[in-house]
Design a protein. Structure first.
Length: 253
């Protein structure tokens, strides 16, 4: 019960790694505010988290909109009285190459993946500080450090957004250290969530996994959630400004 007495806001909690993180923290005694673009999926995650013994709240929230995040904070404080942790899992991806990226695709991917992280930290950070400190975990990607082309081209807008989150994490570790707030990042590799329209059951996907993972398999959302739980916990009390790969060994090559 490492998270007894904690309250964690999780963006992108309606599915995938965000949902897995909410369920893991709830199972260890934590209260979770589950934020997602879809209020329906957020509430479903909250229901599942409650079944695992945690207190949970589901909230519709577009992380690109400061007002949405402020309403989510207000609801979280009303329900739980405080916020001690933040996990930024919300993510967006289009498969466009450099010549195909239009303003809409750029604004979506950079807006969710980079701006959304900054806005969530700006909105929830003061509440975490008021609670006496806590921890923040941002999801980046191995694309913050490696060139990835799963098709005929890379997705430079996605890679740039994730590299920006890595740099933001390191930068804010300096500012937040004096506030008793640790901030770290996790860089997932191939995780079998279907993100970006991928099909983990396809032959092409399985071949790609075998070529890029030292473990010769895709990761599971629950394995990322384990790393998130570690970085939020007191087991990581002297870790800040770091990026932890959860990539099956992709970055060793």
């Amino acid at each position: 019960m490492r998270f007894d007495g904690t309250v964690t806001a999780i963006t992108g909690a309606g599915h995938g790694m965000g949902r897995a993180a909410a369920l893991r923290l709830a199972a260890e005694g934590g209260a979770v505010a589950c934020l997602d673009l879809s209020g329906e999926t957020a509430e479903e995650t909250a229901r599942l988290a409650s079944e695992r013994g945690g207190r949970a709240l589901g909230l519709a929230c577009d992380v690109r909109r400061r007002a949405d995040l402020e309403r989510a904070l207000e609801a979280t404080l009303k329900q739980f009285g405080k916020v001690t942790n933040l996990v930024n899992c919300a993510g967006a991806l289009t498969m466009d190459g450099v010549y195909e990226i239009d303003d809409e695709a750029w604004d979506l991917v950079v807006g969710v993946n980079l701006k959304g992280v900054l806005l969530a930290i700006q909105v929830f950070g003061p509440a975490i500080e008021k609670a006496g400190g806590g921890a923040i975990v941002n999801l980046t990607s191995i694309e913050a450090d490696a060139v990835v082309a799963s098709g005929p081209n890379t997705q430079p807008h996605y890679a740039c957004s994730k590299g920006g989150v890595k740099t933001m994490t390191r930068t804010l570790a300096h500012d937040f250290g004096r506030k008793n707030i640790r901030i770290n990042a996790i860089a997932p590799g191939l995780i079998a969530t279907g993100f970006g329209g991928s099909d983990p059951t396809s032959t092409r996907y399985q071949q790609y996994v075998r070529e890029h993972s030292a473990l010769k398999r895709a990761g599971q959302a629950e394995e990322v959630a384990s790393a998130i739980a570690f970085l939020l916990s007191e087991d990581a009390s002297y870790i800040t400004g770091a990026q932890l790969p959860v990539d099956g060994g992709w970055l060793i090559y």
